[in-house]
Design a protein around this ligand. Structure first.
Ligand SMILES: [Zn+2]
Length: 408
């Protein structure tokens, strides 16, 4: 059968669940040598390899927790040459003036194809949403989601101003999202009026509760008023006494707080089971940028402190070639190569790989947790590589397997 095969590979120890672990041959970078067999698209055997060092590294196919398919590849027509947050926002609004349903669908399809080819198995994408927008676009977006579903799980977040979720259009869209597994999105970035923001967040949370929806917020993507957004969110949840799944994307300003304050907030975030997505690429590119000086003060979610308080943190990529970030190509190895050195995360540490593979699988509620084990789908990316330096090299050769079949 074409969807069956075997390979001798290296797998990061923390991504591999093997029964015969006493005999595992693990190298200094925590890569273990194994022989893997798959039948009919499912891993049927995984055993230690003792005497040879394989020439390939195997990863589970990747999960992207945060992207913006609707604006990807708009940089050429809508560049933000000052490369700051204000510029991105205003160029983004200019792009909206010319945006058509067809353009958005074309960008989504192009992004999906690249993502599959580069090794993703699931992606959450935000889609800009506003009151004057026709609901028709969602019908087409859900058709695309279905068309690609055998190769990739796609989740949409309707990214709207908070006020939108307090309108009839907002309620209609929430109803529609509830039948397609969609998510309510919004932005909570200072400066804001605390009372008004709390009121709007309450309405959004109650709407999500009514239709059993999740919420994913762009929150505290700033350099001012550290943690102002998450504090309002935590207070609002406390007052409402409801329990819905919430994701906080960015949380970058938290890094300006004292470690003791981060740990205090982290405990509260973990208690409410709020998940966090760190987005280093766009944050490092856009925030705290000054024309005259070079600064290393770059806000990004404090991953290690949050993990210490048991917050489930994922690393995502965010924008691809749009006014917010001019680079990227829906390639998980680009994201890893940039973010791992920039965040001083060791690729051989379990918690680093947790934030790249396992936490994202939990965040998207995927059936497979991403661990390579007997019975898991034969969904792999196999690289010509023997060490982490090869993984982060520019001339990467990869093969993507989807349910045991080599994807061409
Ligand atoms: Zn975003």
């Amino acid at each position: 059968m074409s969807n069956s095969g075997n390979a001798e590979v290296l797998i990061p120890r923390s991504l591999c669940l093997i029964e015969d672990f006493d005999n595992l041959n693990i190298d200094v970078e925590d890569l273990c040598s194994v022989s893997i067999t798959w039948d009919d698209g499912v891993v049927s055997e995984l055993k230690p390899l003792l005497h040879t060092k394989p020439k390939n590294i195997l990863f589970p196919r990747f999960v992207e927790t945060h992207s913006h398919f609707d604006k990807s590849f708009t940089w050429t027509d809508f560049p933000n040459l000052e490369s700051n947050y204000g510029g991105a926002l205003s160029v983004n609004l200019q792009e909206h003036q010319t945006r058509t349903k067809e353009m958005v669908l074309e960008r989504v399809e192009k992004s999906l194809k690249l993502a599959i080819q580069n090794g993703y198995r699931a992606i959450r994408s935000h889609i800009d949403t506003y009151k004057s927008q026709s609901i028709d676009i969602w019908i087409e977006l859900f058709k695309l989601q279905k068309r690609f579903s055998s190769e990739l799980t796609l989740q949409y977040v309707a990214l709207a101003p908070l006020e939108f979720w307090d309108t009839l259009n907002g309620e209609d869209l929430a109803k529609m999202l509830s039948t397609h597994g969609g998510i309510l999105g919004g932005v909570v970035v200072p400066p804001f009026n605390k009372k008004n923001t709390s009121k709007l967040l309450s309405k959004m949370l109650l709407l999500a509760d009514k239709y059993e929806l999740e919420i994913d917020l762009h929150i505290d993507e700033s350099i001012i008023e550290p943690g102002a957004g998450i504090k309002v969110l935590l207070e609002t949840i406390e007052n409402l006494k409801i329990n819905i799944p919430i994701t906080c994307s960015h949380l970058s300003s938290l890094i300006s707080l004292k470690d003791s304050e981060i740990l205090h907030l982290g405990k509260k975030i973990a208690e409410k089971n709020i998940k966090v997505i760190a987005l280093p690429l766009t944050n490092f590119w856009l925030l705290n940028r000054k024309n005259e000086t070079t600064s290393l003060k770059r806000p990004v979610a404090p991953i290690k402190q949050l993990q210490k308080t048991h917050v489930d943190v994922s690393i995502g990529s965010d924008n691809v070639q749009d006014p917010w970030y001019p680079f990227g190509n829906f390639d998980p190895f680009y994201v890893m190569s940039c973010s791992i050195p920039m965040l001083q995360l060791n690729p051989w540490d379990r918690m680093t790989l947790t934030s790249i593979f396992l936490a994202p699988s939990r965040l998207l509620n995927l059936k497979w947790d991403g661990l390579i084990k007997k019975g898991c789908p034969a969904d792999f990316v196999i690289l010509d590589a023997q060490k982490w330096a090869d993984v982060f090299s520019c001339n990467l050769k990869r093969k993507v397997f989807i349910k045991g079949d080599l994807h061409c």
